[in-house]
Design a protein around this ligand. Structure first.
Ligand SMILES: *[C@@H]1O[C@H](CO)[C@@H](O)[C@H](O)[C@H]1NC(C)=O
Ligand SMILES: *[C@@H]1O[C@H](CO)[C@@H](O)[C@H](O)[C@H]1NC(C)=O
Ligand SMILES: *[C@@H]1O[C@H](CO)[C@@H](O)[C@H](O)[C@H]1NC(C)=O
Length: 492
């Protein structure tokens, strides 16, 4: 019997990267029958073990990493526990994985048939050189969307930025199709970038390395994301394969705690259709204390039902106890309890189950691409409150190009007034024309997403085709390597 092909996958050390990588791994395993070697650092590996479904044969492979060797606090294996001020330290620390990664691949190649390819993170483009050293095919997997990442890519590769006009706007030098970017649509480190700071140096280097790869997989859809994908086709020259939506829910994986899921389901079952606002800012973000207060006031005034995944405000240890008395309006918790109107969830909520419930009306989100896709795939319009990185351009894309989003505020620092939030909540959740229009558009996009992954007699969706093309490209490189005089190419 033919041996199964093996694929090596290597995400950056952040939950927002590891989880989509896992989703892609499960999808490739299921659809293509490949085995997956999933490379990650010791503590991330430990956490991941519990996320791998029992019917999966994904092999987790540890790459040695000790955070305290790199000026990081001990036992810091990902961004979840890291203050913003130390993010660039983790970026730099990730470069120390080069030599361990080479050893790991060398081992794999010497002790078994070489893997079909290496799929690595957008920040780990240096793995391409190592892959090629061993005659292996290499791809980047971008967990972000095409448009948002194109803006992000362009901004980091063109530092210093053009002077904004008197409105605070400027055009991207190599991505004018994106219209203008406003200075408030840049994270603090991007706004401060001058080409010599650690973020500029790391990002410029890491993102340039995409060009050494044999192609880029995107968690997006050809028909949806034409502008951004065209940018990358032009920019990096190699193939770009939009294979989305790659979602954990679609991969049929990850057992979430059943009792929690039941609790939310029952609570939502008791609410009318399209009446509840779901609020979550992703695994990495929180609001400032004053923003948190204004949002809570807005929820009070609007009278809408809601589920809010809440964390201590900016500047407070995320692991510390939540002080409702201090950070929320007086009596807020009791009021929403008495009215059975809202839930505050401090750690974790079953996002996919919540978003798929008929009672959910809108999602107030940081516009991370995973969250965006989870919402849109369930036909839920978005209220955007982007926080960092490419989230600002995701929000822009969702609002201006897709018409499924209303932006509420920008970033974890901005001033925001509760009256304004209320106005937006009513615009999106009341029976307005805007709401009708957004819901129509979001269901069109949902259908587009379904079509992209449809694989039936007579119809193959664009993402199915793109995945085929990716596998064909990897296999033909393999064939060439087998024939060529490469000392590592001894297959079977
Ligand atoms: C992130 O790293 C910490 C240790 O630094 C670990 O406890 C946690 O489980 C990790 N989270 C994920 C999602 O891997
Ligand atoms: C594992 O089980 C899930 C849920 O039943 C299913 O969707 C998935 O296809 C299975 N995966 C494999 C590799 O068999
Ligand atoms: C939205 O609906 C609420 C409840 O029905 C109502 O009180 C409010 O005035 C409406 N707002 C707008 C702008 O229509």
């Amino acid at each position: 019997m033919e041996k199964k092909e093996n694929i090596v996958m290597f995400p950056y050390m952040a939950q927002g990267h590891i989880i989509p990588f896992l989703a892609l791994a499960l999808e490739i395993e299921k659809k293509r029958g490949c085995t997956i070697t999933f490379v990650t650092t010791p503590l991330n590996l430990k956490k991941l073990q519990s996320s791998i479904p029992s019917n999966s044969s994904i092999v987790l492979l540890e790459i040695p990493f000790c955070s305290s060797d790199h000026g990081l606090p001990p036992n810091t294996d990902n961004t979840s526990v890291l203050p913003q001020s130390l993010m660039s330290c983790l970026d730099e620390a990730s470069l120390s994985l080069k030599s361990p990664f080479r050893n790991l691949i060398s081992n794999l190649v010497q002790h078994g048939p070489p893997p079909l390819c290496i799929i690595a993170d957008i920040f780990l483009g240096w793995t391409a050189e190592i892959a090629h050293e061993f005659g292996l095919f290499h791809a980047i997997f971008c967990v972000g969307g095409g448009f948002g990442m194109a803006c992000y890519y362009s901004l980091w590769l063109n530092v210093p930025h053009p002077k904004p006009n008197s409105n605070g706007e400027f055009s991207l030098l190599d991505f004018p199709e994106a219209s203008t970017i406003h200075v408030t649509q840049m994270s603090e480190n991007l706004r401060a970038a001058d080409g010599t700071d650690p973020y500029s140096v790391f990002n410029k280097e890491a993102l340039s390395e995409w060009m050494n790869s044999d192609g880029v997989l995107f968690n997006t859809i050809e028909e949806l994301d034409t502008l951004g994908l065209a940018y990358f086709r032009r920019k990096i020259g190699g193939p770009v394969w939009p294979v989305g939506p790659v979602l954990l829910s679609a991969g049929g994986a990850v057992q979430e705690p059943g009792t929690m899921v039941e609790f939310y389901k029952e609570w939502l079952n008791a609410k009318p259709s399209n009446s509840v606002l779901y609020i979550a800012f992703g695994s990495q973000n929180t609001l400032s204390a004053s923003q948190m207060m204004q949002l809570a006031m807005a929820l009070d005034v609007s009278g809408k039902s809601f589920i809010w995944v809440i964390r201590p405000p900016l500047g407070v240890d995320v692991e510390s106890e939540f002080k409702a008395k201090e950070w929320l309006p007086e009596g807020f918790g009791q009021r929403i309890k008495d009215q059975n109107r809202g839930l505050l969830e401090q750690k974790w909520a079953p996002q996919v189950e919540i978003l798929s419930h008929r009672s959910i009306s809108a999602f107030l989100s940081h516009c991370g691409w995973n969250s965006v896709f989870e919402a849109v795939s369930h036909g839920v319009p978005i209220m955007g409150w982007p926080m960092s990185a490419e989230q600002f351009y995701n929000a822009k894309f969702l609002e201006e190009e897709m018409g499924v989003c209303v932006e509420v505020a920008r970033g974890p620092m901005c001033e925001v007034r509760h009256e304004e939030i209320v106005r937006k909540i009513e615009l999106v959740m009341n029976a307005t024309e805007k709401r009708k229009d957004m819901r129509k558009k979001v269901s069109e996009v949902r259908d587009m997403m379904k079509d992209a992954i449809r694989d039936e007699e007579g119809f193959r969706g664009s993402s199915v085709k793109a995945m085929d093309e990716f596998f064909n490209a990897a296999s033909s490189t393999r064939e060439k390597t087998k024939r060529g005089p490469n000392k590592y190419g001894q297959r079977r």
